[in-house]
Design a protein around this ligand. Sequence first.
Ligand code: EPU
Length: 421
Amino acid sequence: MDKLVIEGSKRLSGTVEISGSKNACLPILAATLLTDDKCVIRNVSTLRDISTMLKILKNLDVKAKQESDVATIEAAGYKKFIAPYELVSTMRASICVLGPLLGKQKRAEVSFPGGCVIGPRPIDIHLKGLRALGVNIKVEKGYLIADGRKMRGSHIYLGGHFGSSVLATGNIMMAATLTKGVTVIENAACEPEVVDLAHFLIKMGAKIKGHSTHRIVIEGVKKLHGAEHAVIPDRIEAGTYMLAAAITKGDVIVKNAKLEHLIALVDKLEESGVSVKKVPSGLRVKHVKKLKPADITTLTYPGFPTDIQAQMMSLMTVTDGISVITEKIYPERFIHISELNRMGADIILEGATAVIKGVKSLSGAPVMASDLRASAALVLAGLVAEGRTDVHRIYHLDRGYERLEEKLVKLGANVWREKEK
Ligand code: EPU
């Protein structure tokens, strides 16, 4: 197992290029199961989660390979419909094969995804939506056994306790493309990743309207064909580098970052005193004056993303004054707090609200990464901390950040990977 070592207190400057979005790519790869034809997906990051999805496809007897940033998938005549525990247990997003398998094969057996360090993460909204489409679902031996032989279009309200669901919207949308009749998804998620999936499905011949709103209408078609698509840039990776620039008082051009995808973060950064300017290649993030504390609540898109909450908290730890962060998507997603406090931060947690009292400086320490975004937050803290920080268990980072240390080094950071002793 590897760890990341960071010698902190280096100002970052230069240009960093953002890779393809992990969370847009995963359901798009799953969507290739809807056709017998070849699909070519570009701007695919080399990440552990992506290779897990390709393994799931191969396990279904689908031809799937990735060369550099291009994935080629050919699902001609596959008959298998099982996503096994060994693969699903390593990545919850595996659930997004459920919709396409039902759409194409009218049956699916997918291991029931378990808990996760960021919270309970139920799948009731996925199941509610699929049942509304006429799918019969039972749970047996830890597997969801889904029979879609009686599927038909339906009017579905896809809301849950925490609002809309990204992957449930994707699953229902994918299942509905090949389901007879019209399906209307009310309270659909409108995250850019859902919109990108809709764009790919439309290229495949699906009839979808209203994507990027909370009401998506899908008219089922008999067949989908192969398509080529380039995945959108990763807004969470972009946001993480924007915060890396801010926390190190740097000046960084985040190439490929899209302002419209990051508007809530940009708003908060500007409010705190960080300059964010649109430039031809992306966004330029520059430290210009003493930072002010912030009050942030995570929400569904276009609100402040939960996936940037932890990284934003790292910035707040060294921002003079009291900042408040309330987590409304995953109320338990605060596993990073205790590790940040070990580095000298002053954060208390009150329910789903963290109160962060800015300190003058953080001090490097050995810390333990626990989930993907929490790990990114610890890396940011390490970049600004005095002395050496060892971030252990960085396999979490390898799930979602492509060539992280290489990109940081290019910006002037002193970061390297070491084997754990
Ligand atoms: N929820 C339910 N029931 C469901 C589904 C979701 O109660 O059936 C709840 C969740 O527990 C959560 C909220 O609804 O409280 C939103 O969850 P959502 O379903 O939108 O999350 P997801 O689709 O499983 C994706 C991303 C996550 C990201 C969330 C929220 C992928 C592969 N994952 O998950 O990304 O945090 O949307 O934006 O797209 C990450 O990249 O680190 C990550 C966790």
